[in-house]
Design a protein around this ligand. Structure first.
Ligand SMILES: Nc1ncnc2c1ncn2[C@@H]1O[C@H](COP(=O)(O)OP(=O)(O)OP(=O)(O)O)[C@@H](O)[C@H]1O
Ligand SMILES: [Mg+2]
Length: 255
């Protein structure tokens, strides 16, 4: 994915300015590893606005978002997990998942039931399949929302604040889950939009910092950190490494 000179303004209010970045194919020796990129920035900086542009749901005022094949992205190209885990309230969880699976050209009708049951089992949702969304907790809704995108089969999945409002046990599960998804396919590319620096870093190969530059309005990518080059990507003990703590401190100083 290539983001070129993306700017967004509402009237004379500049939200994003000249956002440029590229998500490259990551190679991890001996392991099937997709790309995991974090976009970090403080509350109100413009993360959700950029998220909507990256997912093709909103158009920027200027600039482009292209895929590897050179095509401009459009709504539907990306799997999207929203900040509020939007689900159809009048459908059961099973029906919602079935609808997503039907959008996946690689899944045959006869495989759908099995796929849904497999994910429901992995994500501890089996007993909730016949329930309606309002009968689920926030963490359960989030898991349904993630499975929906997995069933759809999109290579790109964008997550808006996947770690907010979760208790420590559920947080750990979601982190593991996103990590498993990143290992599921070499081509999977996950984009995590978050203000939780430590958690996002622990999952990512690359981090982009969205912040204001001094004296200029509108947020832009102020820094790119390559965690592979730093030698700390995918390390299960990452949070205890001195290099990790230094990078976290550096980010906190720049957002
Ligand atoms: N339709 C709109 N018109 C004008 N300003 C808007 C509109 N939508 C959002 N904004 C402004 O854009 C800015 C960025 O909002 P955004 O939701 O992207 O922040 P965020 O970084 O996702 O914050 P959070 O971490 O709290 O979710 C805010 O100042 C917000 O007020
Ligand atoms: Mg937001």
């Amino acid at each position: 994915m290539k983001v070129e000179q993306v700017s967004l303004a509402y009237g004379d209010k500049q939200i994003l300015r000249d956002v440029n970045f590229e998500i490259r194919d990551i190679v991890r020796t001996g392991v099937q590893q997709g790309q995991v990129v974090s976009l970090i920035g403080r509350s109100g900086i413009g993360k959700t606005q950029l998220f909507k542009i990256l997912s093709g749901l909103n158009q920027p005022t200027s600039g482009k978002v292209k895929l590897g094949n050179g095509n401009l992205i459009k709504a539907g190209d990306m799997g999207v997990v929203f900040q509020n885990y939007y689900l159809f309230e009048w459908r059961t969880i099973y029906q919602s998942l079935e609808m997503s699976a039907k959008k996946n050209p690689a899944l045959k009708e006869s495989q759908i039931k099995n796929e849904i049951n497999k994910y429901a089992d992995d994500f501890q949702l089996t007993e909730h399949l016949s329930k309606y969304p309002q009968q689920l907790s926030g963490g359960q809704r989030q898991r349904v929302s993630i499975i929906q995108q997995l069933l759809k089969g999109s290579s790109f999945i964008l997550f808006d604040e996947p770690f907010s409002g979760l208790d420590i046990i559920v947080l750990e599960k979601v982190v593991n889950l996103i990590h498993q998804v990143s290992l599921s396919d070499e081509l999977k590319t996950l984009i995590i939009v978050s203000h939780d620096i430590e958690t996002s870093l622990s999952l990512s190969d690359t981090v982009f910092i969205l912040a204001n530059e001094e004296g200029k309005s509108g947020a832009t990518i102020k820094k790119e950190i390559d965690l592979c080059a730093e030698g700390i990507a995918w390390n299960p003990d990452i949070k205890h490494l001195a290099a990790f703590k230094e990078i976290v401190a550096e980010i906190k100083g720049s957002i």
